[in-house]
Design a protein around this ligand. Structure first.
Ligand code: DC
Length: 221
């Protein structure tokens, strides 16, 4: 079985996908981590992640895999190295190169060989697994995502100036992600859209589990 969870940054996709995979005993496929691992590889070698000509020759030398929810880049566990602001912006740049997306799409599709998966990202339901059994699009208002980000970063929720800056960054990112020509961030036609703005983590997880269990009982395979 394949379950896809797509949506914008900050909507709670990662924690929900991880918890769902754990609950169901499925493999968790964090596609964003793959873009990040490639970006890290390029940064370590001084390659411009936005320059297709420079990037493409290196793909042959890159091996990305998952083991026990850790991500490995050419056998090195890089789980702790891919969550920096530098990798954040480099992964966004490299994810715009069509040949990179094609290469990672193939790697992601190969993960079906490991059995049941929960695949999280931006284009899991639209491009990578168009025939997935369940497709969810998890979103939240830009304001709520900015509030969550502010709290995550440890800032006071009354810090209006910082809130406005984060909110603007989120809006800009949403605009560029959903208007990009290749694999734009849009829900698949058959995705179930969940707006988590007024929902707790537990409520979102339960809603997804209810949908899967209910449909299984009523005979959807
Ligand atoms: O979800 P994330 O922040 O870890 O993703 C890192 C970058 O990769 C982000 O800029 C969006 C991009 N990405 C993508 O284009 N397609 C995916 N399926 C997953 C991530």
């Amino acid at each position: 079985m394949i379950i896809t969870i797509d949506g914008p940054a900050g909507a709670g996709k990662s924690s929900i996908s991880k918890a769902l995979a754990e609950k169901l005993g499925f493999t968790y496929l964090d596609s964003g981590a793959m873009y990040r691992a490639l970006a890290l590889y390029l940064l370590q070698r001084g390659i411009d992640p936005g320059d297709q000509e420079q990037v493409l020759p290196y793909l042959k030398a890159v091996d990305i895999s998952f083991r026990n929810a850790h991500i490995f880049l050419n056998s090195e566990d890089v789980s702790g190295l891919i969550r920096t602001p530098e990798v954040d912006s480099a992964s966004s740049a490299v994810s715009r190169i069509p040949a990179v997306r094609k290469w990672l799409t193939r790697l992601q599709q190969k993960m079906q060989e490991h059995g049941n998966i929960v695949a999280e990202g931006r284009d899991m339901g639209t491009v990578v697994f168009p025939d997935a059994d369940y497709k969810f699009f998890l979103t939240a208002s830009a304001e709520e995502r900015a509030r969550r980000r502010l709290a995550q970063m440890g800032y006071d929720k009354k810090d209006i100036v910082r809130f406005e800056t984060i909110l603007q960054q989120i809006k800009n990112r949403d605009k560029s992600d959903s208007s990009r020509a290749i694999a734009p961030l849009i829900p698949a036609d058959d995705a179930i859209i969940i707006d988590s703005s007024d929902m707790s983590f537990g409520e979102v997880l339960q809603k997804i589990l209810n949908i899967i269990r209910k449909e299984e009982k009523s005979g959807k395979s």
